[in-house]
Design a protein around this ligand. Sequence first.
Ligand SMILES: NC(=O)c1ccc[n+]([C@@H]2O[C@H](COP(=O)([O-])OP(=O)(O)OC[C@H]3O[C@@H](n4cnc5c(N)ncnc54)[C@H](OP(=O)(O)O)[C@@H]3O)[C@@H](O)[C@H]2O)c1
Length: 310
Amino acid sequence: MRALLVDRSVPGGLRLGTAPDPEPGPHQALVRVTATSLNHGEVKWGIEGSPEGSVLGWDAAGVVERAAADGSGPAAGTPVVTLGEAGGWAELRAVDTDFIGTVPEGADPGAISTVPVAGASALRALNRIGPLLGRRILVTGATGGVGRYAVQLARLGGAEVIAVTRDPATRGAELRRLGAHEVIASPTAAGKPVDGVVDMVGGRQLVDAFAQLAPGGTLVSVGHTDGEEEHFPFGAFFGDRARHDRTIATFYLLDCPDLGPDLTWLASQVANGTLTPGEAWRGTWEKAPEATETLLSHRLHGKAILDITP
Ligand SMILES: NC(=O)c1ccc[n+]([C@@H]2O[C@H](COP(=O)([O-])OP(=O)(O)OC[C@H]3O[C@@H](n4cnc5c(N)ncnc54)[C@H](OP(=O)(O)O)[C@@H]3O)[C@@H](O)[C@H]2O)c1
């Protein structure tokens, strides 16, 4: 099969080449991939840290070529969306059936390929906070792949949504269209306490967002885009009447159980237009170097999608 192979000698660190077809285990389906979306972590750390010739890729949409031998998961011919630790940037992927969602016929695979990491992380992080109806939810890194889904899902869940971007003047209108009630430049501008935070940035934004939590509130630390350390001032964890029982939860998507139903639901919401996938760059996989370069230079606000052409 053809695949994007790690090759740090070429610009962008990826070369379109050939690799052996994957051999699915008994609980894995073989999927013919038609589109993938890129995530910052796999592009930055995956390409840097993986052996030459590796086939990376977390997100992929496609069609089941061969159903899992143990009878789990969808039948051959079913359009699907898939998540795995590797193998998505290839024509064929062997994927655990617990990480497969089914997709409505006719849905755009490129749009659907944004669902696994970005959509499912947003959904699971919001679920970790708890009920959303009538609650104030702060989303940092709101213009990013995960952030856009978090804003939309929090709004769908009935929350009052406060979106944080470093550039509200440019990005504010778009974030409001996605469902944000307020768009601010820093968590310190939240005005009133919030019941939950989905934090994609870390560093100063995590520290400032935690300070905005109402009693009983939860901050889910999803990402660390900022790359900065978190230093909490003395008193940040005092549990007086105004601030008791606040939680910081860490998060790792690939350790979340039973992702299949979430992937199926998210794909249906993208397919019917309820959720906007946040496509910011799209091209065929021959253009992977351009996609990775754009992603790594932080010029994207949303997802980069590669169409896997036959
Ligand atoms: N734990 C997990 O399982 C898990 C799952 C998914 C993602 N993640 C992590 O979550 C983070 C967000 O993922 P993503 O795919 O949404 O990333 P992304 O598309 O790159 O978005 C990140 C956003 O953060 C904002 N930002 C704030 N400070 C920044 C800085 N110093 N440099 C660059 N951007 C900055 C940017 O928005 P503005 O320019 O508008 O401020 C940007 O849109 C990443 O760190 C990712 O690795 C973790």
